[in-house]
Write a protein of this length. Structure first.
Length: 242
């Protein structure tokens, strides 16, 4: 398997330093609805890991609700911003610069974990490795919230068209990367984008018990046409027997 971690690390660092996402605004932006609903199911004071925490949007939200937060990201800039805002708010946060495919925590450390809009920015083999690492660091019965890019979107249609035109590279089935010298930062296409259907989403989570799986497809047209981008969102659990 090709080692893409250095490229991905540089990509995330470029994104957070580019100004495309104003870091402090992004840190304090409202959490995903799915995260709010999921957090309501967690036990008070749970130890929670944010896999690919970025600049800490969900770290700050969940920490503010009293959860003991840890997070990791490939971007030193992202982790630094997360740490700064958590310190200002006196929130407990263990933030580390690390690759989600080799997480720096011991087995069975966390009560819960989440990863939003992040795991999908990897090749399939790395997604499976990262999910295996999440399972490893969760306690038996630990809860997991994750999302994957959905195929029934304009983003997927455009990726296929741009790959055919040579603007994107399909590095493996349904995984696209912008390899041009000046990739489009606005659409973060220089990061891998792996799209999947329901069957693949379930297959990727085969090491977990899937509690819920649904399509989050905002922006669909009145006649049912696809919106720009959507996700498969899953609530899963590490088996109690592990």
């Amino acid at each position: 398997m090709m080692d893409s971690s250095n490229d991905d690390r540089a990509g995330w660092e470029t994104l957070f330093r580019s100004g495309v996402f104003p870091p402090r605004y992004q840190t304090l932006a409202a959490p995903n609805d799915s995260v709010v609903e999921w957090a309501d199911t967690l036990p008070a004071g749970a130890a929670v890991l944010d896999v690919g925490c970025g600049v800490g949007r969900h770290v700050v939200y969940l920490g503010g609700r009293g959860f003991k937060m840890a997070g990791m990201d490939l971007s030193p800039r992202g982790v630094s911003i997360s740490q700064q805002v958590c310190a200002e708010r006196r929130l407990d946060f263990d933030g580390r610069v690390a690759d989600m495919t080799a997480q720096p925590w011991a087995d069975k450390t966390f009560d819960a974990a989440l990863s939003t809009s992040t795991i999908c920015h990897h090749r399939r083999a790395d997604i499976l490795t990262a999910l295996g690492e999440v399972r490893r660091v969760l306690k038996p019965g630990g809860l997991f919230l994750v999302d994957f890019l959905h195929k029934d979107t304009l983003a997927y249609q455009q990726a296929r068209e741009q790959a055919a035109a040579g603007e994107l590279t399909e590095v493996e089935p349904d995984t696209f990367v912008d390899r041009r010298p000046q990739p489009d930062l606005i659409d973060d296409a220089f990061l891998p984008h792996h799209f999947c259907d329901e069957a693949e989403a379930r297959d990727l989570l085969r090491g977990f018990e899937i509690m819920r799986l649904w399509a989050d497809l905002p922006g669909r047209t009145p006649d049912g046409g696809p919106g720009k981008r959507g996700y498969w969102v899953a609530w899963a659990r590490k088996p109690l027997a592990e």
